[in-house]
Ligand binder design. Structure first.
Ligand SMILES: [Zn+2]
Length: 514
């Protein structure tokens, strides 16, 4: 009897999904025939192609095969569960993986890669290594706790972590006949852009790029030349929004002073740490009264906060001046049960997962607060159309809220209906992704650039950003799944940056950064 994974793996294999495939393309560049190497490197896109999740790019060189990121597919693509189980190349042949950062849509299939035979080295920064371990264990724990079969075994996570070699920023290293260098991408702690020199060409994988400036982190590194550049398009051709931390602080204080509590549903990585840091700053500035406690009750978020606290050398100069970033004022890291019990003790700020209120503890807080109009929930991140957060933003007054329990009898999930009388606020300006305009300006900083590939954005955003880049005279393309390219090595000087028009209606970023 096959288990689900074996069954799906065999289905994939039977359908001819294993092995190199070159999909047809309308692109004007030459499609590389499968498995051919005439001394020129070849790049194939196996994920985050006109979609956000599943970053996975294969670089074939005369020295061997290298993978850049190996992330999970999310429900933003059809059949994502099946897609997660298969690799359209032989993992045994991959010499090394270069990991840009620790979000699950970039690293979430590394243990499966190991299970399928990969025995090479995974290069990433030390901070990314530490956060990756937390994220892989979280991913495994969620599946196991909810009674699903995890994508990989616990042992595979351990072997994956054994395969990691942490590398410093800004240092050119040579291994396996190629050279590479990691530089800061300013997206989350440890995030990197990766330069790879192979067969006389230079590739630059920007990974996810941070905004011009996000608190705690440094600015994304400006590069000056490459034959091939990959850029993200989470926002695509949309202009940046304004960051209004002071305004946010005033709104939080108003709720607290009125006797209500504030719920901040947030992703465990970066968003939680950003919120804690900003709330402390607002307390220092007397915008929020420091007498109110701040609770962060996700075990994963607590571990990531400790990692953020450990790598002070990667913080921006402003954050480095602050003696204690997170563990001050009345900040506490209770277990979820304790945090839920504290609602009787008066107004507090609760930072809790998940960011869209679809699972874990945040929906339980919402359930306890929902009927009291003194309380408020502030939605600081993306809310997908089917999420509880989206229903709140739509103004629905009766909502079913998921209530999850893990007990001796296993995992239980029930829906509890409640009336919504608490205040619902949307807050923008907390994104950890660069807007399209910033990416254009970044490319304009190059002295010379060859071909640009736009990934990590849905169809409209990826193709829209590629079109804007072409207006600068740079050959740019949003690749489709399984497309391969042999770069021609010709470079151009970037032209002036076009001004991106504001969209007719506000555009949400795509669902990322679990
Ligand atoms: Zn990311």
């Amino acid at each position: 009897m096959l288990n689900r994974r074996e069954f799906l793996g065999r289905v994939a294999s039977a359908a001819g999904l294993v092995g190199l495939s070159g999909a047809a393309s309308a692109c004007r560049w030459v499609q590389a025939p499968p498995a051919v190497r005439d001394g020129k490197p070849k790049l194939t896109f196996y994920g985050s192609t006109r979609q956000v999740s599943g970053s996975c790019h294969l670089l074939e060189t005369s020295q061997g095969l290298y993978l850049i990121d190996c992330g999970q597919f999310y429900p933003d693509i059809a059949n994502h569960q099946t897609e997660n189980l298969q690799f359209p190349f032989d993992p045994k042949e991959v010499k090394a993986v270069f990991l840009t950062h620790a979000h699950v849509d970039h690293n979430g299939r590394l243990p499966l890669l190991w299970e399928k035979g990969f025995r090479g080295t995974i290069y990433t920064t030390d901070a990314s290594r530490d956060i990756t371990e937390v994220m892989l264990l979280m991913s495994y724990g969620i599946a196991e706790g909810s009674g699903e079969e995890p994508l990989f075994s616990r042992q595979a996570i351990e072997r994956t972590m054994d395969a990691v070699e942490a590398v410093p920023y800004n240092t050119r290293l040579e291994r396996h006949g190629i050279a590479f260098r990691f530089t800061d991408a300013g997206h989350i702690l440890g995030s990197a852009m990766i330069e790879i020199w192979a067969d006389g060409m230079k590739f630059l994988f920007s990974g996810d790029m941070g905004p011009d400036h996000t608190p705690i982190l440094c600015k994304p590194t400006q590069h000056f030349g490459a034959d091939v550049v990959l850029v993200e398009s989470t926002y695509g051709p949309t202009p940046r929004d304004e960051v209004g931390y002071e305004e946010f602080g005033k709104r939080v204080q108003k709720v607290l002073a009125g006797g209500g509590s504030v719920l901040l549903p947030a992703f465990a990585v970066h968003k939680t740490q950003l919120l804690i840091y900003i709330l402390h700053r607002l307390m220092e500035d007397k915008i929020i009264d420091p007498k109110f406690p701040i609770y962060s009750d996700s075990a994963t978020a607590q571990k990531v906060t400790a990692i953020y606290n450990r790598y002070r050398e990667y913080h921006d100069p402003e954050a480095q001046k602050v003696k204690e970033l997170f563990y001050r004022h009345r900040y506490r890291e209770p277990r979820p049960e304790e945090s839920l019990r504290s609602h009787d003790e008066g107004p507090a700020i609760y930072i809790s997962t998940s960011g869209m209120l679809d699972h874990a503890t945040a929906p339980k807080h919402l359930y306890l607060m929902a009927r009291d109009p003194r309380h408020a929930v502030f939605l600081v991140g993306y809310q997908s159309p089917s999420s509880v957060g989206h229903k709140l933003l739509s103004g629905e007054k009766k909502i079913e809220i998921p209530w999850e329990e893990r007990g001796p009898e296993g995992f239980r999930r029930e829906m509890r209906e409640t009336e919504i009388r608490l205040q619902v606020e949307r807050v923008s300006g907390f994104s950890s992704h660069a807007r399209g305009q910033q990416i254009l300006e970044w490319l304009n900083g190059f002295k010379s650039v060859g071909q640009v590939f736009v990934v990590h954005g849905d169809n409209d955003r990826a193709t829209g950003l590629a079109e804007a880049i072409r207006k600068m005279g740079i050959p740019a393309h949003a690749p489709k799944r399984d497309e391969s390219f042999v770069p021609n090595g010709e470079r151009v000087q970037p032209g002036p940056v076009p001004k991106l028009a504001a969209p007719p209606k506000p555009v949400e970023p795509a669902p990322v950064d679990r």
